[in-house]
Design a protein. Sequence first.
Length: 327
Amino acid sequence: MREPLPEWPMFGMADDVRPALAQAQQRNLPIALATLVSVEGGGPRPPGTQMVFAEGIVAGYFSGGCVESDVADHAFACLDDAAPRRLVYGAGSPWPDIQLLCGARIEIFVERVDPGDPALTELLAAYDARRPVVWVSDGVRRACGPAPGPWDGAIVQAYDPVPRLVVFGADPTALAIAQLGVQSGMETTLVRPKGPQAPPPIAGIAYRRDEPAQALATIGTDAWTSIAIATHNLEMDREALAAALPSDAGYVGLLGARKRLPERLEPLRAAGFSEARLQQLHAPIGLDIGGKAPWEVALSVIGEITALRHARLAEEPRKATPKRATA
């Protein structure tokens, strides 16, 4: 008999289930992977949301408590018999006593994935290498790669690299941005050139002391990288901007007063940076929420980065709406 779900659902705090998949594979455990494939009526989670179940491992959530325990029962049954399942909750459900408080109808696909499955190995290799991939599965046959062709009856789930955040700075605002980045699930690095040897006391953060260009070259940038420049030092701002703007980072933001932007940007114009690239700079950084305390600024910065990421996803249906494929 399986263990009941914990009373405090900390398992749902992490949205990305790939670390849980990696943990199960390392322990050589079969996995029940549950994917939310359809939502009607405004459910609490979007299509593509996932949960993972294995011995001693639970990650993700679908409803905040309405269906998770029942999904867990089906997931562990799937581990026993390896038969994939499609679960429906809400209108048309065979379990009318299980209702979402929001009144939504959701459909969840549950499949057993063995730890040695080549598709799982490729998914986790891509996760480590920061490569986007697509998972296609009908619960019996599955494939994972840059663009595997779907087939009838299969679900399609796209995986992007984990969002990465690089923060330049050392004051309480920079520390708050970095800490909230970690808590938001971002791979976060704080860069303080010539800073102290000891890293800041923030769990989960990486720390670098080198100059901006070297730091970014070592960390690496890509479309899923965001750079927040919050140094309160004019010369360091310019060096960080000169390194960040030519990079592949999808977001570059600069902390500071609007009236001081010209003096920060003029040397970059003189160095040959195009107006088009300068216009992509988010300055002043963050959403305008009216607050200037460190945590308020951090909230505005992470909020802006998150909003822009979801706006991009909305423009890419392949990544935003996993669905049953058709021939």
